[in-house]
Write a protein that binds this ligand. Structure first.
Ligand SMILES: Cc1ncc(COP(=O)(O)O)c(C=O)c1O
Length: 366
């Protein structure tokens, strides 16, 4: 299957306007996406790091192909369902950065691994043995990265010695090839932790070929952990209110925005948007856990609460105030959570609608 190269041609102008008028609607600014992708890729090229973007943010095969064309070595998916969508769309090198537990998952991995190059992660003997049994039975071999908890306190083996023990186990299992280490996110402690694990694994006669770190917030510090060979970032492609707060993506580069209409002005100080938690997601933003999105045209307005379909906006700090019927543009707190709520995104280039893309991997939580 040949990958899509660009957005579909612009629809006629009346139809084009209509897709933006019927709010709430999520838009993706391709110019901003390309700037973000180019910036991250340039950083990786400068520091000799492979970039393996996490596509859980956009869930769009079109953007995964764009990232590959810019120089990515492959993609990362969180869930098998996302990987199935991406593989069907022609993406051929996929790391699954989530532990696969149980026969149902292993069967689906086997089906995928017959079609494309898959690699997997795990932090336990149970996961490794389950994968090994299914893959060996199918006559397949897949690269395995030992997941390491280098300070985040989520998944991952807890000490460098545990990483070496699991690496040794995996190296002896059929169906798996010990490939290296993986961690999320990249923190200050990550480099020394990984160094200790690499030394221990090397001392046991095994080669650590890949060391994969991740996350947008620490992305531009990845070179400070010279153990890393690869980085997996997701959110950088769109940016969001958290990225603005932590300095990784500027407001003008925030590519995912939600167009919303003011549907009520019940008081002088209050506006209600037609975008609530089912449109923006209730995720908090770094630096401002109570705000629920940034209204670009009214930066002093504050979205302070969401019910499912209503967004509460406090206008008390605004000199200018929007009227009922006005359409505003909202940068969401968390791009990944917001993108997952939309069946489709309206794609813009130069401010013009150039296509409408189904968010093909949205909702693929299995
Ligand atoms: C395992 C893993 N890798 C990479 C990422 C990408 O992180 P970010 O979206 O901050 O770029 C995530 C995000 O949750 C993740 O869980």
């Amino acid at each position: 299957m040949s990958p899509p190269q660009q957005a579909s041609p612009p629809p006629r102008s009346a139809a084009r306007d209509a897709v933006l008028r019927d709010t709430p609607v999520a838009t993706v600014d391709l110019d901003a996406v390309e700037r973000n992708v180019a910036r991250m890729q340039a950083y990786c090229d400068e520091h000799g790091l492979a970039l393996r973007p996490h596509v859980k943010t956009h869930k769009l095969p079109e953007l995964a192909h764009l990232q590959m064309r810019a120089g990515a070595v492959g993609i990362t998916c969180q869930k098998l369902g996302e990987a199935e969508v991406m593989a069907a769309a022609g993406l051929t090198d996929i790391l699954l950065s989530f532990p696969l537990v149980g026969d149902a998952k292993v069967e689906r991995l086997v089906a995928l691994a017959r079609e494309v190059t898959m690699s997997v992660v795990g932090d336990s003997e149970t996961v490794a043995r389950g994968l090994s049994a299914g893959l060996a039975r199918a006559g397949l071999e897949v690269a395995f990265l030992v997941e390491c908890d280098t300070g985040f306190g989520r998944t991952g083996v807890q000490a460098p010695g545990d990483a070496a023990d699991l690496a040794e186990l995996v190296a002896g299992l059929p169906g798996l090839r010990f490939e290296g280490l993986m961690t999320y996110p990249t923190l200050t402690a990550t480099g020394p932790w990984l160094r200790a694990a690499i030394d221990e694994i090397s001392a046991r006669g095994l080669e650590v070929r890949t060391v994969s770190g991740g996350g947008t917030p620490g992305f531009f510090s990845s070179h400070r952990a010279p153990e890393l060979t690869e980085v997996r970032a997701g959110t950088y492609v769109y940016g969001d209110r958290s990225c603005i707060a932590n300095g990784t993506v500027a407001l003008e580069d925030c590519a995912l925005r939600v167009h919303a209409t003011v549907v009520s002005r019940p008081t002088v100080g209050r506006a209600i948007l037609d975008a609530g938690s089912k449109t923006l997601s209730n995720d908090p933003a770094e630096g401002d856990p109570d705000g629920r999105g940034l209204i670009v045209e009214y930066p002093d307005a504050r979205i302070h609460a969401l019910s499912e379909e209503h967004g509460w906006v406090d206008l008390s700090a605004c000199e200018r105030r929007p009227e009922v019927g006005e359409v505003v543009t909202v940068v969401p707190n968390h791009a990944c959570g917001c993108a997952n709520l939309h069946d489709e995104v309206v794609v813009l280039r130069g401010g013009q609608v150039v296509g409408v893309w189904p968010v093909a991997a949205r909702g693929r939580i299995r």
